[in-house]
Design a protein around this ligand. Sequence first.
Ligand code: GLU
Length: 465
Amino acid sequence: MRRKVRTRIAPSPTGFLHLGTARTALFSWAFARHFGGEFILRIEDTDVARSTQQAVQQIIEAMRWLKLDYDEGPFYQMHRLERYRAVLAQMLDKGTAYHCYCQPDELAAMREAQRAKGDKPRYDGRWRPEPGKALPPVPQGLQPVVRFRNPPDGDVTWDDLVKGPITIGNRELDDLIIARADGTPTYNFCVVVDDLDMEISHVIRGDDHINNTPRQINILRALGAELPLYGHVPMILGPDGEKLSKRHGAVSVMDYEEAGYLPEALVNYLSRLGWSHGDDELFGRDRLVQWFDGEHLAKSPAQWDAAKLNWVNTQYLKAMPDDALAILVKTQLQRLGVEEVDERLPRICALFKDRCETTVALAQWAAAFYSDVSPPAAEVAQHVTPAVLPAIRLLSEKLSAASWDKASIYGAIKEVLAACGIKMPQLAMAVRVLVLGTSHSPSLDAVLQLCDRATVLKRLNDARV
Ligand code: GLU
């Protein structure tokens, strides 16, 4: 690396942290960590009408949840207005920017005339100073915008880390407004000044920003700055091939926390959207950092695959120590209205986690141990039949006297089966429906043992046909 690696994520706080932004943040973070560099959080809040403090909080919370730690920031663009003004003044002074007094109606007429001639609408440079050119008289009482003096000819070329060499002709770019008539700087200009001041070495961002890059490069050159390297990551698409959006389901990172995904699983899954390391699918953060060197980034868009995310999450759930899992499940139980849990929760997690895709699913199982169950009437009707009821009564009797360990409970069940002449599935399904509210579960003795005796007896004794 020719300079110290410094990357950034620069979200606009107009809403929650989107999965796409989270993936860009992850790539920028992993790249910085791989090269022992720094990762910076910058809040692009100059769109005052749409930016909110709440969105800033949500972004910071999501970054924390994903454990994307930043070395500097959050920096806020709205705190840097003085600096932008100083750079604008410097550019006006040097002649790399100029005042333009064109009014909106004038610009509209300009565009209209260009369209009528079959030309692409663009600013015609009427206020652009040129040697020997007479500029229009400055109108009284009007504030000018500031335009960047874009090079008139030649090309802008950069070797994109993801897409390879990209060339855009300067003729395609007109003189961009870099400050509005009220003096506020515009988006592309702030990004440039920030990337310069923050000594960003690599700009990794979504490819929806590709059109901004030649403009930003030209402004950086006008400022005599060393250029960062750019890498434009293709968008994440929904299953229908459209850009991933709310229409496809949850796109906010924290919605995934609520839905019971583990941050490690989401990080693992996101990292594979548009990047690969051979066939590796499951790997932790350390591996990602070790492998993520800016190579093997895909040129074509990645598709969101909810089923695959669920699979990844399942693997992480299974591998997670039960005590740690229980802490997360406790939070989900509270969201389900269950306030009190106890020392059984890690064992409940151990028993059910293999069949769960999320901590929410796990909490739904665990809820049966901490709150009332309401077995669905159809399941009751199907499994709690007159033929099984005597066995349920007898089991209740035997369990009231058995010692409360798995082997004794199993023994009691066996005795009931023998005495009543019915098969295990018949009894087990009925007991599960009564005790857990569903006919499928891990082995009955394990489930009953985790449930306390009083609860089991009450639920069995409540059985009616
Ligand atoms: N604020 C921009 C966004 O949220 C990011 C700009 C950049 O990465 O250069 O899309």
